[in-house]
Design a protein around this ligand. Structure first.
Ligand code: 13P
Length: 286
């Protein structure tokens, strides 16, 4: 696959003050919509699969599709495991050819999270693969994982410094008030906390659960140190709304190309909107 390590993409974004999309793929149409949009607006791209999406698509289909999608591209692309739950899963993805993995030990104690993340970092770095980790815990639902609102915890700036120093991670996902999936009410982001974490750490910071966050808040988060913004739900909603509209308008519709194709276009438009908010358009030109 024609991929680059995620750290190459994020270090550049960190230096120049913009954010790159960590965009989740769920099937072929997502991959095509996302990569076509990024190519057209010349934006560096991080394609990512959750463990659930890998299971749904099939791991060799993921790498086969990404290999086809990246064959003739001009933009830098990383393939990243989103929310890897174990050392074994991270190693599986590295062997499959992913150029980046997330190890999410955020539900463990601080010390256990450090110990497990460090082990993944050592193995991944020895073969040039980047690692993202998470400190603090987001609420909401992603795939089969639900974190209740009362269990969600914000990232502590002092802990972030120690965590980055001791693990050597390339990117850190912070919990500052976002949640995965569909929100109940408007999220209130703790920008002061984000700013403090950014001042104290050198690594690119990652915002998960960005679908329910307003464009203005995402822009503000980017000015305060966020260099990777994860989006999944908004693309799922765009695809499904288009398919639903077409099905509702024509109950006789049966050819999947006639609804999946427009669904793919809807994802593409949404991806372009997101890239515009993140400021990563035209950043893939030498
Ligand atoms: P959303 O589903 O809220 O867009 O979050 C995606 C995400 O954070 C993936 O890790």
């Amino acid at each position: 696959m024609n991929l680059v390590p995620m750290s190459e993409i994020l270090n550049e974004a960190n230096k120049k003050g913009y954010a790159v999309g960590g965009f989740n793929i769920n099937n072929l149409e997502f991959l095509q919509g996302i990569i076509e949009a990024a190519e057209e607006v010349k934006a560096p791209l991080i394609l990512q699969t959750s463990e659930g999406a890998m299971k749904y698509i099939g791991r060799y289909y993921v790498t086969g599709m990404v290999e086809a999608a990246t064959r003739d591209i001009e933009i830098p692309v990383a393939l990243h495991l989103d929310h890897g739950g174990s050392f074994e899963k991270a190693m599986e993805c590295i062997r499959l050819g992913y150029s980046s993995v997330m190890f999410d030990g955020s539900h463990y104690s601080f010390e256990k999270n450090i110990e497990l993340t460090k082990k993944v970092v050592e193995a991944a770095h020895s073969v040039g693969v980047s690692v993202e980790a998470e400190l603090g815990q987001l609420g909401g639902t992603e795939d089969d994982i639900t974190v209740e609102e009362e269990d969600a915890t914000f990232t502590k700036p002092e802990e972030a410094v120690e965590f980055v120093d001791r693990t050597g991670v390339d990117a850190l996902a912070v919990a500052i008030g976002t949640a995965h999936g569909v929100y109940e009410g408007d999220p209130e982001l703790d920008f002061e906390r984000l700013s403090e974490i950014n001042e104290k750490t050198e690594v690119p910071l990652v915002l998960h659960g960005a679908s329910g966050v307003t464009d203005n808040d995402v822009r503000k988060a980017v000015t305060l140190g966020i260099n990777k913004v994860n989006v999944n739900t908004n693309f799922q909603q765009a695809f499904s709304a288009k398919v639903r509209e077409l099905m509702d308008n024509d109950p006789e519709l049966y050819d999947p190309r006639k609804y999946c194709g427009p669904g793919r276009e809807a994802i593409k438009e949404k991806v372009k909107e997101k890239i515009d908010v993140l400021g990563s358009g035209n950043k893939a030109v030498n």
